[in-house]
Every structure is written in structure tokens, then in C-alpha cells.
Design a protein around this ligand. Structure first.
Ligand SMILES: [Zn+2]
Ligand SMILES: [Zn+2]
Length: 395
């Protein structure tokens, strides 16, 4: 108990330290929100990140994975190092919030809060440079292109962890619907894999009044969509999570014309590779068999996206204990559930030990909604959390 009281006071000192320039960080967050940039086009954002970090004494490397930035700060003789990653990109969404700091770029919006993640890491980075007590090396990783699942992979393929070694890497995402500033931790699978399957059912078009002379791809597609529901209900182990969603269907243009083909787009999610592989076999097999049973054919384009995000147990325990010490049990969501959304930080966790955690965004619109906004009230506690994690990891 003494430990918790002592660390809570220490934590408050960090938050007071960050509080001295919180207005500036919030203004910066609003500025990033006003000027959102799509995947791999985060040039302005990247420049702002670089100029701030350089002014605080970080050694800054740019151009890693396009617009990616890695900032390094070392103290003492310690050989250990920790990486903390934030994402910087926005989404192709027309903002509908009507806020004073709403996007000025038509059709582009920070609808996932990556402006906030960047601001949090900058707030923590400034504190660490000015007053951080640690022995070792901190690496702040600002990643491009999370939304298209390509940024982490590109940074890794350009030698992220060879050039900038870390013993563990951490990241966070704000989460709408979770009380403001509360932390969620999941050991093991925390977010799902994502794969896409594009299916074209090809038949033989003709007059709507003479179906006997055609092969109707609309009917075959209708049957396929129904049959696809059996993959999760009949093929997947009932104790495993799986999602098969047909999110797009396009075919035909007139009531009296049977079209040549119908196109479908599916997304598939799973928490482990075995279930993921099963979906990858069963969905295309069903598409081909269903099409064939109607005399049609199925063209299947299966695109593997990214794997499930698997948090390492020891690092997740450490991450949780830091939050517990700094904020007390009331700020930790008990039994935080894995999320069926996806996150390309999964690739970093395939190479390095680490953990990805969640911070409540309060009662906001959902992620990727045109009405969403990041909650500025998270910045101070989340930045304080990063500082405490670094100081604990590099004690
Ligand atoms: Zn997103
Ligand atoms: Zn996101």
C-alpha cells in the first residue's frame, strides 16, 4: 500500500511537470487534427515531430519507412533500451464534427485519434528529456501508414530494430466507450488478424425474362452469402473467435437484365493462426463449390492482411503493474476484452517482446466515424503513463 501511495505522488509530480506545457500540447494536437495527412503522406506531421524532438535534445532519424521518425535519448550507463510507438496517419473520411479544430483538408480526417497518440508521445518525450529519471536508452517511434496496414512493415523492412535496437516495444490506442483515461491490458491475443477476400461470381448474362438461357450469378451469390454464415457457425471451433463479413456486393444494373457477374468483398478476423488458416481455406472453397453448383464459376482473390496482435505476457504484466502503481486499481479496466479490430503494431510484436494497451476515450463517437474526436483529457495521464513505464523499465 505504501508503494502505491508513494508512486501515486511521484506520478502526480510527472503530471504536474507535463501540466506546465499541456496547453501547448493540446494546441499541437488540434493543429495536427486540423491538418490530417493520409498514409505515407505524413510530411507536415513528421516535420513537426522532428522539430520538437530535436529541440528537446533527441537524436532524430528520419525517412524510416517513408515518413517514419525514430528519436533516441540515452542516460547513464544502462544497456537496456525501450521503444514506444505512436502512429501518425489519418483516414479518407469527410469530417462532420463541426469543431473549431476540424480538418481543413476535404475528405481527410483524424478519425482514429492518431493525432492524439502523436501528441501523447511528444508530451512524454518532452518530460523524459527535461526531467526523466532513467538509466538506458529510450526510442520514440513515430510510424506512418497504420490505417493501410503498411507502415510498421515498411519501418521493419528498412531495419527499424537493427538500426535502433530495443529490448521491448510498447504502443497504445485510445478506445471510445471506455471511461476517460482508464487503462486496459490484454495478455496474449489482443487484436484480430485481418484478411480480405474479393470474390467474383461469373455466370452468363441475358434477358431477365429468359432465365433458362442464362447462368444467374445473382442467385448463386445469394446462396453463397447464406452458405458463408456456416463457416463460423459450423467449421470454426465454438471456443474460438472468428468473423466473416460480406461488406460489399455489386452486380447488375436493371430489373430485366441478368448480369454476367457479381462482385463481393469480404473481411475476415481471427485471434490465432489456426483459425485464420481455416477461414483462408473454407471461404474460397465454399465460393467455388457454391458457384459450381449453379453452373457458375468463382474467381477468388485472397489477400492476407496482418496477423493477430499478440501481447507478450511478461511485458503486459509489467505494463499493467506500472498503471496500477501510478493510478491505482480504480483506473484499470478489469477483464479488458480483446478487440476484433486490427492493428499493424502486430508486426512489431512478431519481432520484439512488448505490449499494446488501451486508454479510454470516454463516451465519444466510435473510431473511424465522421463524428469522432480524440479526447484531450487523455493526454496528461497517458503521457504520464509512458514516462512511468520508461522509468520502471530503465530503472
Ligand atoms: Zn484506425
Ligand atoms: Zn488507429
Amino acid at each position: 500500500m505504501n508503494m502505491i501511495v508513494k508512486d501515486t505522488q511521484a506520478g502526480d509530480a510527472v503530471e504536474r511537470g507535463i501540466g506546465a506545457y499541456l496547453d501547448e500540447i493540446v494546441a499541437l494536437r488540434h493543429d495536427l487534427h486540423r491538418h490530417p495527412e493520409l498514409a505515407f503522406h505524413e510530411h507536415r506531421t513528421s516535420e513537426i515531430v522532428v522539430s520538437r524532438l530535436s529541440s528537446w535534445g533527441y537524436e532524430v532519424a528520419t525517412g524510416i519507412g517513408g515518413t517514419g521518425v525514430v528519436a533516441t535519448l540515452s542516460r547513464g550507463e544502462g544497456q537496456r533500451s525501450i521503444g514506444i510507438r505512436a502512429d501518425m496517419d489519418a483516414l479518407p473520411i469527410e469530417e462532420a464534427t463541426g469543431l473549431a479544430h476540424a480538418s481543413v483538408h476535404r475528405g481527410v480526417m483524424h478519425a482514429c485519434g492518431h493525432d492524439g497518440h502523436t501528441a501523447i508521445l511528444l508530451a512524454a518525450g518532452r518530460y523524459l528529456a527535461e526531467a526523466g529519471r532513467f538509466d538506458g536508452t529510450v526510442r520514440l517511434i513515430f510510424q506512418p501508414a497504420e490505417e493501410i496496414g503498411a507502415g510498421a512493415r515498411k519501418m521493419l523492412s528498412e531495419g527499424l530494430f537493427e538500426r535502433f535496437p530495443v529490448d521491448a516495444v510498447f504502443g497504445l490506442h485510445n478506445w471510445p466507450g471506455v471511461p476517460t483515461g482508464q487503462f486496459g491490458f490484454v495478455a496474449g491475443a489482443a487484436m484480430a488478424s485481418v484478411d480480405q477476400c474479393n470474390i467474383t461470381i461469373v455466370g452468363k448474362g441475358g434477358h431477365g425474362a429468359e432465365p433458362q438461357l442464362t447462368v444467374d450469378p445473382v442467385l448463386a451469390t445469394a446462396s453463397l452469402i447464406t452458405a458463408l454464415q456456416s463457416v463460423v457457425s459450423r467449421n470454426v471451433d465454438p471456443q474460438e473467435m472468428a468473423v466473416v463479413t460480406v461488406g460489399s456486393i455489386h452486380g447488375g444494373s436493371a430489373s430485366n437484365v441478368i448480369p454476367e457477374s457479381v462482385a463481393l468483398k469480404l473481411t475476415m478476423r481471427a485471434f490465432n493462426e489456426a483459425t485464420r488458416a481455416l477461414l483462408g481455406e473454407q471461404v474460397p472453397a465454399l465460393a467455388c463449390a457454391q458457384a459450381e453448383s449453379f453452373g457458375a464459376t468463382a474467381e477468388v482473390d485472397y489477400r492476407r492482411g496482418f496477423p493477430a496482435l499478440i501481447n507478450h505476457r511478461a511485458e503486459t504484466e509489467l505494463a499493467r503493474s506500472v498503471a496500477l502503481e501510478a493510478f491505482g486499481p480504480g483506473q484499470i479496466v478489469s477483464n479488458f476484452k480483446p478487440r476484433t479490430a486490427s492493428e499493424d503494431f502486430a508486426f512489431m510484436l512478431e519481432e520484439k517482446a512488448g505490449s499494446y494497451l488501451f486508454v479510454g476515450n470516454g463516451d465519444s463517437a466510435s473510431l473511424h466515424s465522421a463524428n469522432y474526436d480524440f479526447n484531450d483529457a487523455i493526454i496528461a495521464p497517458a503521457a504520464r503513463y509512458w514516462v512511468r513505464l520508461v522509468e520502471t523499465f530503465l530503472a
